[in-house]
Design a protein around this ligand. Sequence first.
Ligand SMILES: C[S@@+](CC[C@H](N)C(=O)[O-])C[C@H]1O[C@@H](n2cnc3c(N)ncnc32)[C@H](O)[C@@H]1O
Length: 213
Amino acid sequence: MSGFDRVARIYRWLEYVAFGSSLQRARTAHLPALADCRDILVIGDGDGRAIAQLAVVAAHARIHSIDMSDAMLREAAQRLPAAARDRVTFARADVRTFDPGHHAWDAVLTMFVLDCLTEDEVRRVVTTLAGGLRPGGRWLFADFAIPERGWRRLRARVWIACLYWFFRWRADLAVSRLPASEAIITAAGFVPVAVDVRQAGMIRSICYEREGA
Ligand SMILES: C[S@@+](CC[C@H](N)C(=O)[O-])C[C@H]1O[C@@H](n2cnc3c(N)ncnc32)[C@H](O)[C@@H]1O
């Protein structure tokens, strides 16, 4: 059992109370960039709100979604539009040990999931997932961030500390600080081609392309 099983049914409502529609807008901001993709890998999609939209936008793509939580996977499967069911597969897997294959995917999505890993884990996962992407592949990323300075920084630090406290308490999350995921993805050879910023810089959503694509 994953600790996230315990929050699967209330996750959506907690999010709306805390941030309104900001997270969902961040998840969906760059989905149109994947409209022509054939094979898309989704990591830790939780209750499936990104996939429900992705399946509509990328109308011909095969989508494979992995998550560590059975309850989250169930929620995601229920949310999927009926017409997309034969194109989407769900599997319980830990991204830290998942093998994405070699050049198997046109795009990978990591939305609010790399923040569940330590920085060393993010480094290893990014290297592995990058190997799974085809040349010209895209990486859609969304996560929390701490702005450089001022009240925005203070606000983000307080919110993010509260979020880690909550997920440590309810979901047994072992991590308690944000990894430098954006820097790690960039260092792996990806270039941000579109950036969407919300909640005074605390929520960032980025569409990356592999350098030299
Ligand atoms: C904070 S929730 C985010 C869910 C969703 N991506 C979103 O945009 O809200 C983190 C999700 O990632 C999953 N997760 C956490 N660590 C994981 C891992 N190592 N491998 C696969 N999934 C993981 C959890 O089960 C949960 O569904």
